[in-house]
Design a protein. Structure first.
Length: 194
């Protein structure tokens, strides 16, 4: 699928109706760059909160040193929990864990969760803007200093890439064994493997 975008337009045709997996990406494009996804089935903000001022922080003309005024206006309104025995359980907007902080709002009827509403992007720091003026050879260092996961995976990928190239050359003429094997993970039955 393709969506033509004219250079002189701030709009592009939405692909979400035919390709639902691009829903959030198109909404993020609207939030960060101010480009409108025409025909999007749910054009509400996803990355920037409802009371964010009308500025688009990832545009080239938005200086990274910009100080925004305090946010005013209405905050996000969650769908009300309706029905006998249905309760709303708010979690957040900040909670401890390994995922990004968010504000989760569960509607529950006893144990079953009827629906979940969430607002993410509470910790966006404008990292993308830091990369705009950097020479390409310094971007890996910035990425690794911001995200420990990226640092670890990049290191492992570099090591694995070197090792796998060497191993591919050494093993390219070998055949895979058709026998079960024993190793550190224990015995694997033939039926489990083949």
């Amino acid at each position: 699928m393709r969506a033509p975008v004219r250079p002189d337009s701030l709009e592009f045709p939405s692909l979400s109706a035919g390709l639902p997996s691009v829903n959030w990406q198109e909404r993020e494009i609207q939030d960060w760059f101010g480009l409108k996804a025409v025909g999007h089935p749910n054009p509400r903000r996803v990355a920037l909160h409802d009371n964010w001022p009308d500025v688009y922080p990832l545009r080239q003309d938005f200086p990274i040193a910009t100080l925004l005024p305090p946010f005013e206006g209405e905050r996000h309104i969650y769908r009300p929990a309706l029905g006998e025995g249905v309760f709303q359980v708010p979690v957040g907007p900040v909670h401890a864990g390994i995922i990004e902080p968010g504000h989760f709002n569960f509607a529950v009827a006893g144990e079953p969760i009827l629906y979940l509403q969430l607002r993410m992007f509470y910790t966006h720091k404008g990292t993308e803007k830091l990369f705009e003026k950097l020479p390409i050879h310094k971007t890996v260092f910035l990425a690794e200093s911001i995200s420990g996961d990226s640092s670890f995976s990049h290191d492992q990928q570099s090591r694995w890439g070197h090792r796998s190239h060497r191993d591919r050359r050494r093993l390219r003429h070998r055949q895979c064994p058709r026998q079960p094997f024993e190793g550190d993970i224990g015995h694997i039955e033939r039926a489990d493997v083949w």
